[in-house]
Design a protein around this ligand. Structure first.
Ligand code: PLP
Ligand code: TYF
Length: 396
């Protein structure tokens, strides 16, 4: 049977990491994959995580199976992070959360559930978006449609086009929204724009699906949740797939969650029962460690404060790199305006560099960025910045 199987194409982002590893040049820089690096180029384990793990090692009593929905305390703290302490969707029992393996696993569980148990089978995704969205949703059996989002001329949001495209969606269609730090553009909606999108979803009975992978990497944990909370205040139904890979640095623990918000408590219970049956048929129940780390941190005031401080440090280092990047490009003799980079949010900068320029950066200068021109600012340091900017100056 395997003689008929064709070789899969390389993933546009992970394939780049493989090429980077195979590169023998010693001045090479990987600004492809979205992994946070500190000033020394490392991705260390957060101190809050290490303390939580020490506590777990001393107190954990069993490795028995979790339920399909995972760690209960974890699911509670996830809801508080998403909606705040006193949101109506929590007090009215309209939100139910299941732990799932990372943001990717959460998106996949959500998509499988939607395809099998609801009449919603079409999802609108932004153009551009994270490359894996198309992959996850089409593999689960959702039909994909695109709404415009980015305006190349201004390096900004094309909000009118976004609304115009979503106006053509039909009742029950799903709309994928990046909670904050849009990947790959770094361009987010402001609160007034969020309200307009929420009103449109309400008027046309569209169902928002939030991909929330970067809470705390934009302006702050609460600030970054404003869009989600505005939408949750407006529409009766939505789904959230969130991830702690980046904001807790728990990449390889595969920890995220899928949250359904229904019009009332009874519908939430029914929908959640089918989320659980979807999980049962995929991996039965999730691994515990990542969830226990997150709940241990968020249920302990000291550890929680330490996590907030560490997250702030990551956020501020990235912001500092954005400013330095813009300045260093100027210093390297680049005349083109790159100020828009300091207005973008999160790990990524959408540089506007074209495919030829991206290829030259890799082939001639060993600087790796994604084919779309997306640069991981989180991989920049004061040390590699001059190398990066000199290379960009050359290919421009
Ligand atoms: N969604 C977006 C927009 C992302 O950028 C990522 C990771 O880079 C994810 C989801 C999934 O993250 P993970 O599955 O590693 O938690
Ligand atoms: O850089 C990005 O956009 C992501 C990173 O299992 C990533 O693709 C890498 C591996 C993974 C999920 C996300």
């Amino acid at each position: 049977i395997f003689s008929q199987v064709e070789l899969a194409p390389a993933d546009p982002i992970l394939g780049l990491t493989d090429a980077f590893k195979a590169d023998v040049r010693d001045n090479k820089v990987n600004l492809g994959v979205g992994i946070y690096k500190d000033e020394s180029g490392q991705t260390p384990i957060l101190k809050s995580v290490k303390f939580a793990e020490e506590k777990l090692l001393a107190t954990e009593k069993s490795k028995s199976y979790l339920g399909m929905e995972g760690v209960e305390a974890y699911n509670r703290v996830v809801q508080t992070l998403l909606f705040g302490t006193e949101h109506a969707v929590i007090s009215q029992s309209r939100a139910l959360t299941a732990q799932a393996p990372g943001g990717t696993g959460s998106l996949r569980v959500a998509a499988e559930f939607l395809v099998r148990h609801t009449s919603s089978n079409k999802i609108w995704i932004s153009n551009p978006t994270w490359a894996n969205h198309n992959n996850i949703f089409s593999t689960a059996g959702l039909e994909i449609a695109e709404y415009r989002y980015y305006k190349a001329e201004t390096h900004g949001l094309d909000f009118d086009a976004m609304l115009a495209d979503l106006q053509t969606a039909e009742a029950g269609d799903l709309v994928l929204l990046h909670g904050c730090c849009h990947n790959p553009t770094g361009i987010d909606l402001d609160n007034a724009q969020w309200q307009q999108v929420a009103d449109l979803c309400l008027a046309k009975s569209l169902v928002p699906l939030f991909d929330f992978a970067y809470q705390g990497f934009g302006s702050g944990v609460e600030e970054d949740a404003q869009g989600l909370r505005i939408v949750a205040n407006t529409v009766p139904e939505l789904i959230v797939a969130n991830s702690f890979s980046k904001n807790f640095g728990l990449y390889n623990e595969r920890i995220g969650a899928v949250t359904v918000v229904a019009a009332n408590g009874d519908e939430a219970v029914n929908a959640f029962s089918q989320i659980k049956s979807t999980i049962r048929a995929s991996y039965s129940n999730p691994p515990a460690h990542g969830a226990l780390i997150v709940s241990t941190i968020l249920e302990d005031e000291t550890l929680k404060q330490l996590w907030h401080d560490e997250l702030k440090e990551m956020r501020e280092r990235i912001a500092e790199m954005r400013t330095l990047f813009v300045e260093s490009l100027k210093a390297a003799g680049v005349e083109q305006d790159f100020d828009f980079i300091s207005r973008q949010n999160g790990m990524f900068s959408f540089s506007g560099l074209n495919k030829d320029q991206v290829n030259r950066l890799r082939d001639e200068f060993a600087v790796y960025i994604v084919g779309s021109g997306r640069i991981s600012v989180a991989g920049m340091t004061k040390t590699n910045m001059p190398v990066i900017c000199a290379a960009i100056a050359k290919v421009l």
